[in-house]
Design a protein around this ligand. Structure first.
Ligand code: NCD
Length: 430
């Protein structure tokens, strides 16, 4: 097998649109056996699946005619051409994706997992330089884009903040973008104004990735969020089609939820509950775009009412830095997502997400820390997924995704088996 067992099985389940439970029944094996085959190769509980299962799964996928569909999409050219915007290899908005192309990107992200988990290294982007231009506050987005590029063998040049950039001297976006294009091979840009990253992209022919344009979009975050939801659902035996997603908080200015709801809308029959304080509701244009796909959309100002029966709770921070007329200091206590309200309103297999950072200051009432030891809290699995997903984005935009598999070498150092102190709660579940 040229791809890892984990990638092969995950991909088969995705293409057949089956949960782990149903997939196990379909191929005639115990769910527990399937779970051990789906673990990363480095895990102590990993088991190699018998060759006969490999042949059987391949046969099923072929019989469904889905392999043919996949072959057709492969013939229709590289993924970067199919997701291109304005004929350029760039990632500005989740609107560039279809369900097929997003799942193709995730198959590439799965292939990146051994690198992200420090089992393998790759140098496919050796010699390439990334310009990470962040004109707005950031920790995880900037560092994870940089780390993803480095883990593919590239190098990174960073610039942070507006005050220390030449834009503070009055330089135009056009000039900055054109100048940077002479120095680097790809750019990730975060900027406080909606639409500004598209303006950067117009002034260059190198790949540009939107790392957040004010209250506009944050496509890479939404991609890693969707990847996390699909991975968690696969483990829990759930399908995304028909699921109940609760988006909570500042839905007016939160760009992560703007991108996420549009991406989720590519799936079928979802129920969205949009829970926000008065005045911070989801913008109308996004509701209209999502509504066109026939999903149920409910809006409420009551957290308790909105969370009932949710499969996913996606909490967000108050984006105070974007406020104009609003005078909210933080959420009121009845708006805080915490263990008590989740136990009261949701089942044992709900997943709790947040793009982070969560505001831990007193009075902010952002996502509570009392869920930190609860395996339903997926926020750090979510941030970990930022690496393979952003690696996949770069590999696709720079056209090297087909080289990754054969470029893998073993790491020379020994990383800890769990990277976070609370990760063992989750050990072996993947
Ligand atoms: C978010 C952002 O910057 O939009 N953070 C992130 O990129 N993960 C969310 C936020 O700042 O609240």
């Amino acid at each position: 097998m040229t791809v890892s067992q984990q990638v092969f099985l995950r991909d088969a389940m995705r293409r057949l649109n089956l949960t782990r439970d149903i997939f196990a029944v379909r191929i005639g094996v115990k769910r527990r056996a399937l779970d051990t085959w789906l673990l990363p190769e480095g895990s102590q509980e990993f088991r190699a699946m018998p060759e006969v299962v490999n042949r059987f799964v391949t046969e099923i996928v072929e019989n469904e005619g889905l392999l043919q569909k996949y072959a057709q999409s492969a013939q229709s050219g590289p993924l970067r051409d199919r997701i291109a915007a304005d004929g350029k290899h760039q990632l500005l908005s989740v609107d560039q994706f279809t369900r097929e192309s997003v799942e193709e990107l995730f198959r590439i992200a799965d292939q990146m997992q051994p690198i992200a988990r420090r089992q393998k290294v790759s140098r496919v982007l050796e010699g390439a330089v990334l310009g990470n231009l962040f004109f707005e506050a950031s920790t995880r987005t900037r560092v994870s884009f940089g780390a993803a590029f480095c883990r593919l063998g590239g190098s990174v040049c960073d610039t942070t903040g507006f005050t220390f950039s030449s834009m503070a001297k009055g330089e135009s976006i056009y000039d900055t973008s054109r100048v940077m294009s002479g120095y680097v091979d790809a750019m990730v840009i975060r900027h406080p104004e909606k639409g500004s990253v598209a303006e950067f992209a117009q002034a260059t022919n190198i790949p540009v990735v939107n790392g957040g344009d004010g209250p506009g979009e944050h496509p890479s975050q939404a991609l890693l969020d969707l990847y996390t939801i699909l991975t968690e659902f696969s483990r829990l035996g759930k399908l995304l089609d028909g699921a109940h997603i609760a988006l909570v908080g500042d839905l007016k200015y939160g760009r992560t939820v703007h991108s996420l709801i549009k991406l989720l809308a590519l799936y079928r029959g979802l129920k969205f509950t949009l829970i926000s304080p008065r005045g911070l509701e989801m913008p109308q244009y996004i509701l209209e775009q999502t509504g066109k796909h026939g999903h149920v959309i409910q809006q409420t100002n009551s957290l308790e009412e909105g969370l009932v029966g949710a499969d996913v709770i996606y909490a967000t921070r108050v984006q105070k830095e974007r406020f104009s007329a609003e005078d909210l200091e933080g959420y009121t206590p009845d708006f805080q997502v915490n263990k008590a309200i989740i136990d009261k309103c949701c089942g044992p297999d709900v997943i709790v997400m947040h793009p982070l950072p969560r505001d831990s200051r007193e009075g902010a009432n952002d996502l509570s820390v009392d869920l930190n030891h609860d395996s339903r809290l997926a926020i750090f699995r979510q941030t970990d997924n930022g690496i393979p997903v952003r690696m996949a984005i770069f590999a696709v935009l720079l056209g090297v995704e087909s080289l990754v598999q054969h470029s893998l070498r073993d790491v020379t150092w020994s990383p800890p088996s769990h990277i976070g102190p609370d990760d063992s709660v989750f050990h072996g579940m993947d």
